[in-house]
Design a protein around this ligand. Structure first.
Ligand code: SF4
Length: 288
């Protein structure tokens, strides 16, 4: 006899599945790994299973965020569309969505109310620029000007970013610019962890679709989100790192440069490293 779930739990699960569908995750797979009892009763299987899991697990950069939002649903509720044990994990499904496009990401975002930032925003600031850019700049979140215009980096910090891009020998239309959260945090505060966790999967999809050669994180929030680290940005600023196989470099946010113009030299050195990777001519002494 099928046991009927309590209505509140059914609704919670339905909401969570709808959320994943918005993120482009449409298939779930039953975990057919041995039960804890089976594993414990066979030491050999413990080591084999551990090694196998370790080699197939995704890089740790995404798991903590996903674990925070993963539904705790009993395995018997999870549909298993493929009659095989092996299938993409939830993480892998999130990581790559075949045929995804920026338009689809934007449509899935919709008139988003998934986090509390929706209640104070005027406009969702999705992103702007070349959808096939080799270089993507990722900032923290929209400010007042961006919220009003619906475009990223159009205020004072944005003007400085434009100068930096032009100093690299590029135009804004050559690159893609977006933020970790798409709605303005009130009073320009930093986005809260739950807001970043809720919104960042859409950023990950944007980056997957654009598939740039280089991602430049502007400021600590972007860097920490993509690298899933709590280390201070000064510890890895200007170093080549990786996000899902793409080169990533973190540098200071233009808003920080407006307050600390002396740091412009360091940022220019970082951008020169990016230019070298992109094959852009490095002109000595030129900086924003
Ligand atoms: S910040 Fe992101 S998750 Fe939050 S309401 Fe805006 S679009 Fe939705």
């Amino acid at each position: 006899m099928t046991e009927r779930l309590p209505e509140p739990l059914r609704k919670k699960i339905a909401d969570r599945l709808a959320f994943y569908e918005d993120l482009g995750i449409r298939f779930f797979y039953r975990d057919r790994s041995p039960s804890p009892h089976e594993v414990l009763s066979s030491p050999a299987s413990v080591s084999h299973s551990s090694v196998q899991e370790e080699s197939t697990l995704p890089k740790p950069v995404r798991m903590p965020a996903l674990q925070k939002t993963s539904p705790t649903m009993p395995p018997k509720l999870v549909p298993a569309p493929l009659p095989v044990a092996a299938g993409p994990s939830l993480f892998e499904a999130t990581e790559k969505i075949v045929g995804d496009t920026l338009l689809r990401v934007r449509e899935d975002l919709g008139e988003c109310t998934r986090c509390k930032l929706h209640s104070t925003r005027r406009t969702i600031v999705f992103g702007d620029g070349n959808p096939k850019a080799e270089l993507v700049f990722v900032g923290e979140g929209p400010g007042a000007d961006e919220d009003a215009q619906g475009l990223p980096f159009v205020g004072r910090a944005g003007k400085l970013l434009t100068q930096m891009i032009e100093a690299m020998g590029l135009q804004r239309r050559d690159v893609y610019i977006c933020n970790v959260v798409k709605c303005r945090p009130p009073e320009n505060r930093q986005p809260d962890d739950d807001e970043v966790t809720t919104c960042s999967p859409f950023l990950f999809r944007q980056l997957d679709v654009i598939a740039p050669k280089v991602i430049v994180c502007l400021g600590a929030v972007a860097a920490k989100t993509l690298l899933q680290t709590n280390r201070g940005i000064s510890q890895f600023r200007g170093q080549w790192l990786e996000f899902r196989g793409r080169k990533l470099l973190a540098t200071y946010h233009p808003a920080y440069l407006l307050r600390n113009p002396n740091a412009k030299g360091e940022v220019w050195k970082d951008l020169q490293k990016v230019m070298a990777v992109l094959g852009l001519e490095v002109k000595k002494g030129k900086s924003a």
